[in-house]
Structure formats: structure tokens, C-alpha cells
Design a protein around this ligand. Structure first.
Ligand code: NAD
Length: 288
């Protein structure tokens, strides 16, 4: 083993690794000294990302993963579990998988962003070493959906059988809209992370979510282009710029580090001040 190998930062699994945020997480993590396990839908795209990260001396494995398919999740964990038993477990996880309102129907969004994500996190839990941390990407949309006790009660148990039927049975069909489904799914994911803190903490592991704002990725551009009121939305960003994938990746790397050792079970808004500005605006409107 080379001197450099002995000082690697740890072993990090990144899901959605070929996406806008995932691939920047991979590049920055490799440069920071992590060895990587990269997972996403396309094997070909994963190889391209891995080749870009290899220059930093990282040991890199690639796995295809579809979080909506239990056999695909099992295939990944069946590789990772024996590795943990052999003393080569994961020290960290960044889960960026998601689809946005312009990309999928409401039920597909629930299936990927919440149900598949929760199923994946449960399966990944035993592959992580004691002391490991998982960072899960939610969205600032989680802060923006109107409260709906019926929807939120059903989504609070994302792995319960019959979840989709229970959602369809809620009067008003509020969730049968991709934009609202995305917001409720991401809010439920944020809550799931909080709910999991005790279980993860009992094994010395942490779990945290990040809620990004308007981030300049392919997904972000797709959503922004479809927004009628994009300029009004954009004007609420207190820092007066779109977020970069690096803003999210650097926050994730901080949360994985020992500097964040007492942070678990909570959400970090990385939105350039969007939600704070929106909340102030709404209070002012309500008061006028
Ligand atoms: N870009 C933004 O403005 C923004 C804002 C808030 C939150 N987010 C969230 O951040 C995360 C990353 O977003 P991004 O901009 O990098 O998007 P992206 O579309 O570039 O990346 C998402 C990745 O998820 C993967 N994926 C989709 N379905 C999957 C499945 N069933 N199984 C496994 N992988 C799957 C895709 O292949 C893709 O690589 C998403 O969860 C998104 O909801 C993005």
C-alpha cells in the first residue's frame, strides 16, 4: 500500500453519482482523499465519472442502482456487506438520487424520492461502519408545501404496504400533482431523517439531510425554464445568485467530517437565503 493510500479520508458511497450534484460530490470527495463507491442508473456514465476521479488516486468501484427495484438495492448491498465484514465497510454516504416535477409523474416522484430512497437507506444502514454518516439530499420545496395532515400521516411511514392506495384515497387529490408530490416527498424525507436519528445513533452513526435551493444543474435548469414566475423566485435568493453543485457538495463533505460530529437527525437549508426571504414576505403579506 502506498503512503498516500494510508492517509485516505475513508470510503464513501455516492448515489446519483452521474447527476449534477452527485458527480461534483464525487470529484470533490476524491480530491479530499475519499475512496469511492459510485452508484447510479447508467453503468456507462458511471465509468466516465470514475475516470475523472481516478486522477486523485482514489480507489473507485461502480455499481448500477435503481432505488425502485428491491433486487437492484439487494445486489449493491450484497457486495457491500461482505466488504464490511472483511473490515472494508463504508465510512460515509451521500444520497443524491431524485427526480423533479418536470421529470416524472406524481407517483413516480413518491416512488423514487421517498419510498425508494427510504428502502435504500434501510438497506445501506448495515453496510456503514460505526461512526459513519449519511447525507441525504432533500429540497427547499420541503418547506413550501401547504400543511396537509392526511398526506403527511401517510408519508410518515414510507415503507408501509399500500402507501400509494392510501394516498389515492385521500380526498381532494392534492398530491396527484408532480409539483406538490415533490414537495411532500421531500418534506417526508426530511422528517424520515429526523425519525431515524435514534436508531442510527444507537450504533454511533449519524444521518442528516440537506435542502438545496435553486441549484444550477441540468435538473435545476429544467425546473427553472418551466417556471412562469422564475424571475420572482430568483429575486428571493438573498445571496443574489443560483447555487452551484459545489455549494451542496462542500456542505455534504463538511457534514461527513468530524467537524460535524454532533450534527444528526436534522436538515440544513442550503438555499442562499431563499426560504428566509419567502417566510418574511409571507408574514408581511399576512399582516397587511
Ligand atoms: N438542482 C436543483 O435545483 C435541486 C434543488 C433542490 C433539490 N434537488 C435535489 O438534489 C438531488 C440531486 O439533483 P441534481 O440536480 O443533481 O439532479 P440530477 O437529475 O442531475 O441527478 C439525480 C440523479 O438521480 C439518479 N436517479 C434518478 N432516478 C433514479 C433511480 N430510480 N435509482 C437510482 N438513481 C436514480 C439520476 O440518474 C441522476 O443521476 C435530487 O434529489 C434533487 O431532487 C435539486
Amino acid at each position: 500500500m502506498s503512503a498516500e493510500k494510508k492517509t485516505r479520508a475513508g470510503r464513501l458511497l455516492i448515489t446519483g453519482a452521474t447527476g449534477g450534484m452527485g458527480r461534483v460530490c464525487a470529484q470533490l470527495a476524491a480530491a479530499a482523499g475519499y475512496d469511492l463507491v459510485l452508484a447510479d442508473l447508467s453503468a456507462e456514465k458511471l465509468e466516465t465519472i470514475a475516470a475523472g476521479c481516478a486522477q486523485h488516486g482514489a480507489d473507485i468501484q461502480c455499481h448500477t442502482l435503481d432505488v425502485t427495484r428491491p433486487d437492484s438495492i439487494a445486489a449493491l448491498t450484497q457486495t457491500l456487506l461482505p466488504e464490511r465484514e472483511a473490515g472494508k465497510g463504508l465510512d460515509a454516504l451521500i444520497h443524491t438520487v431524485g427526480v423533479s416535477p418536470q421529470m416524472a409523474s406524481w407517483d413516480r416522484i413518491i416512488d423514487i424520492d421517498l419510498v425508494g430512497t427510504a428502502a435504500f437507506l434501510e438497506a445501506a444502514f448495515p453496510t456503514l461502519n460505526a461512526g459513519a454518516c449519511a447525507v441525504v439530499i432533500s429540497s427547499m420545496s420541503a418547506y413550501m408545501a401547504p400543511p396537509n395532515a392526511d398526506i403527511e400521516r401517510v408519508l410518515a411511514a414510507p415503507l408501509a404496504p399500500g402507501l400509494m392506495d392510501a394516498l389515492r384515497a385521500i380526498p381532494g387529490q392534492t398530491i396527484e400533482n408532480p409539483g406538490l408530490a415533490y414537495s411532500y416527498a421531500k418534506r417526508a424525507l426530511k422528517q424520515y431523517v429526523g425519525d431515524q436519528a435514534a436508531n442510527w445513533g444507537s450504533q454511533g452513526k449519524r444521518i442528516v439531510s440537506i435542502s438545496p435551493g435553486l441549484i444550477d444543474t441540468e435538473m435545476g435548469r429544467l425546473e427553472n425554464d418551466a417556471m412562469e414566475n422564475f424571475e420572482a423566485m430568483r429575486s428571493r435568493v438573498a445571496l443574489d445568485r443560483l447555487g452551484k453543485p459545489e455549494d451542496i457538495a462542500n456542505t455534504a463533505l463538511f457534514l461527513l467530517s468530524d467537524k460535524a460530529a454532533y450534527i444528526t437527525g436534522c436538515d440544513l437549508l442550503v438555499d442562499g437565503g431563499f426560504v428566509g426571504t419567502l417566510n418574511r414576505e409571507m408574514r408581511q403579506r399576512a399582516g397587511s
